[in-house]
Design a protein around this ligand. Structure first.
Ligand code: NAP
Ligand code: GLV
Length: 308
């Protein structure tokens, strides 16, 4: 079986070595040197150009190098084959680490101190205990539940929100539209870890931000198209939100003239919140390739109707 590898962000050499360590006979074709398209039966990809997967006539399964598959689902030529997303301990751990770092930064008022430094102002703000800071995590899936649990273990008061009811130890859980208002009202820091779907596009809008406590902060690590950017700027102007950390934006890379670059109350990172290490991610992919070879059910198959 030949496997196509395509990613402009991931290292094909490291991935090939990690996969061969588990499946020594695997024939890996790194794009664009793919040889005969008829020989490719599986694809391991991140942001493949639209049409690439459709050009492989004997493809049997698609494995995503990322957790979110919205970009692939948006390709109208995407073949109707099992599409498996990445679920991996390094992806989960790095997301929890990123969000914890941001929450600590806010809890210890580093955003306030950054503004004070710009004004050469020396003023102490004594922090309360971690439990006094309420963090709301939107999305309680693989990444959201691990992130919420990490924050709770650190002493923060954590609540979570999902489409269907979920239980996470130490986290107060809410679900669906009926639970959204109460969830938001108790989130001093809102973390978005939702997949991008028809329901979650533009979900971070003025109406939602208005339901947060005055002076809340936002950590957006889901997908850029979930945030209505003009509504964020307006909420920062009025003080409804005091700061936002954005790891994802509607257009990536962010265009040079975009107001987010220089906004004093926005901190940007370049879609770097979490990443999958080949050493561990290859275990998931190798297991799915074994399953594909044996005709067994694949792991982490995306529900295309649901969109994640
Ligand atoms: P997941 O396991 O599929 O979990 C998704 C969660 O979102 C589930 O709890 C789901 O609810 C909830 N959800 C979906 N639609 C909803 C809706 N309409 N209303 C309320 N809750 C909804 O996904 P994951 O692995 O945790 O990844 C989440 C997302 O993180 C990815 O899709 C990707 O966009 C983003 N991500 C970003 C980075 C980065 O570096 N910035 C890295 C990795 C992933 P149910 O539990 O009821 O199904
Ligand atoms: C990254 O954004 C991912 O979806 O894994």
């Amino acid at each position: 079986m030949a496997l196509l590898f395509f990613s402009e962000d991931d290292d094909p050499v490291a991935w090939s070595a990690a996969l061969r360590a588990r499946l020594p006979d695997l024939d890996i074709r790194v794009w664009p040197a793919i040889g005969s398209p008829e020989e490719i039966e599986a694809a391991l990809v991140w942001l493949p150009p639209p049409g690439l997967l459709a050009s492989l006539p004997r493809l049997r399964a698609i494995f995503s190098l990322g957790a979110g598959v919205d970009a692939m689902l948006a390709d109208p030529t995407l073949p109707d084959l099992p599409l498996c997303r990445m679920v991996d301990p390094s992806l989960t751990a790095t997301m929890a680490e990123y969000v914890l770092a941001c929450v600590l930064w806010y809890h210890r008022q580093f955003d306030v101190y950054a503004r004070q430094q710009a004004e050469r102002r020396w003023k102490l703000h004594l922090p309360g205990p971690a439990a006094a800071t309420r963090v709301g995590v939107m999305g309680l899936g693989v990444l959201g539940s691990a992130t919420a649990a990490t924050l709770a273990a650190h002493g923060f008061t954590v609540r979570g929100w999902s489409r269907t009811p979920r239980a996470v130890a130490g986290v107060e859980c809410f679900a669906g539209q009926p639970g959204l208002g109460t969830f938001l009202a108790g989130a001093d820091i809102l973390v978005c870890l939702l997949p991008l779907t028809r329901e979650t596009e533009d979900i971070l809008n003025a109406a939602l931000l208005d339901r947060l406590p005055e002076g809340a902060r936002l950590i957006q690590v889901g997908r850029g198209r979930q945030l209505v950017e003009a509504d964020l700027l307006a909420a920062l102007d009025t003080g409804r939100l005091v700061h936002a950390t954005l790891d994802v934006v509607r257009e990536e890379p962010l265009p040079p003239a975009h107001p987010f670059w220089t906004h004093p109350r926005i901190r940007l990172t370049p879609h770097s919140a979490s990443y999958c290490q080949p050493a561990t991610g290859a275990a998931t992919v190798a297991e799915n390739i074994r399953r594909l070879r044996d005709g067994r059910a694949l792991l982490h198959v995306v529900d295309r109707q649901r969109g994640y």
